[in-house]
Design a protein around this ligand. Structure first.
Ligand code: SF4
Length: 387
């Protein structure tokens, strides 16, 4: 077993390798292998795995790349993520990728899919839509057809005809992955000092750049390590951070919240890896149906998921209570319409439930955290003193 420090270091390196060297090395080992890049938040990675592919999450350039060309592709009043990603594509960071999936989350990502198409990046560029009708016979059928299009795209690249057995095998692996991640969150809920939010973030983000089999091994070791005591408990408050599901906050921001006296016991930073709650049926004769069913019935709440009969604000309050959180931090990317439009309604629910909250906005390349640290520190002190 690797030392914990070695695992954490490896994860940090993988999480922020904008050249995806490990994924490209994996592909180079077999000519039938393909790399499929996907943007936040969620795609059914199981079907890519079943097609002999590696799904690779592209979470943006963060604060690790200067954006020059990307700014010319977008107006100034949108979030930062798409301009960072187009910059990566133009700089050839994504050159070995065979195809790209753009989950339907907002117009910025829709436009980015068009830019990839026009710039001929990858052999396919698929804008991937999700059901808005949650009747499995309607929305489920639609979603299955969307997945079939991706399967055709991939087959056209490597000739691999996907079997139900291969998808079931992939579902099983991703079930394990989701279970281990939740186990880490559950241990952190009780002992948040054993693994910081920054370390957790690195571990999860590393996982979307390597084969799921390898990530599962890594997660098993992490679970083993944090079952033992590590670090010192502090007099911190416990918070849920929400709204950061797409453009990722800079590491400095997560660190600032922690240093301001907050244990982040729940977050939506890497939501794609956690969107489906619980196991998906891995023994179905029609596994696409099982994936569609899981999307419709087992998705967690997020602003990009249509759930009119199950309002997000109430689900956020429920989550905060389950995690025994003292407060909620609304932290969203500047100009992120899905997150910011939902915020007032969610704040109302928090007020009604008596849960204190604060909010701020960031860019993935924000470099100044003093104000955020002061704000989070004041929030933490006020809860400790007066809540
Ligand atoms: S951060 Fe928000 S606005 Fe920007 S691409 Fe993502 S969902 Fe769209």
């Amino acid at each position: 077993m690797k030392s914990f420090e070695a695992i954490l270091k490896e994860c940090e390196g993988l999480a922020f390798d904008l050249n995806f060297a490990r994924a490209k090395k994996w592909k180079a080992e077999d000519k039938k292998r393909i790399l499929v890049g996907y943007l936040p938040i969620y795609v059914p990675r199981e079907i890519i795995h079943a097609a002999n592919g590696l799904p690779v999450g592209i979470m943006g350039a963060g604060d690790r790349k200067q954006i020059i060309k990307g700014d010319a592709y977008y107006q100034s009043y949108i979030c930062h993520l798409p301009r960072g990603i187009i910059e990566m594509a133009l700089d050839k960071n994504l050159d070995d990728f065979d195809g790209f999936m753009f989950p339907a989350i907002c117009d910025c990502v829709r436009n980015l899919s068009g830019m990839f198409k026009l710039s001929k990046k990858g052999k396919f560029q698929r804008y991937f839509d999700y059901p808005q009708n949650f009747d499995v016979l309607i929305g489920g059928t639609f979603y299955i057809q969307e997945m079939e299009k991706i399967l055709e795209d991939m087959q056209a690249v490597n000739g691999v005809k996907v079997t139900p057995e291969a998808i079931n095998k992939a579902i099983k692996l991703y079930n394990t992955n989701r279970r281990l991640i939740e186990e880490i969150y559950n241990i952190r809920q009780q002992y948040p000092w054993r693994l910081s939010a920054v370390e957790t973030y690195h571990i999860l983000r590393a996982g979307i750049t390597i084969p799921v089999e390898e990530h599962n091994e890594m997660l098993e070791q992490v679970v083993e390590h944090i079952q033992r005591e590590r670090g010192e408990p502090m007099d911190n408050i416990r918070v849920v951070v929400t709204g950061s599901f797409c453009e990722q906050p800079p590491i400095g921001l997560i660190k600032s919240i922690e240093m301001a006296g907050c244990y982040i016991v729940e977050d939506d930073f890497m939501l794609g890896s956690r969107q489906i709650q619980g196991d998906i049926n891995d023994n179905s004769k029609n596994p696409l149906e099982a994936l569609a069913d899981a999307y419709i019935h087992q998705s967690t709440f997020t602003s990009c998921f249509y759930d009119v009969e199950n309002p997000r604000g109430k689900r956020l309050v429920k989550l905060a209570k389950e995690r025994n959180a003292d407060g909620i931090i609304f932290s969203a990317a500047s100009f992120c319409d899905p997150a910011l439009l939902d915020r007032p309604q969610m704040q109302q629910e928090c007020d009604a439930a008596g849960i204190p909250h604060i909010n701020f906005q960031y860019h993935e390349n924000t470099g100044q955290f003093k104000v955020i640290k002061e704000q989070a520190g004041t929030f933490s002190d006020s809860i400790k003193l007066w809540a």
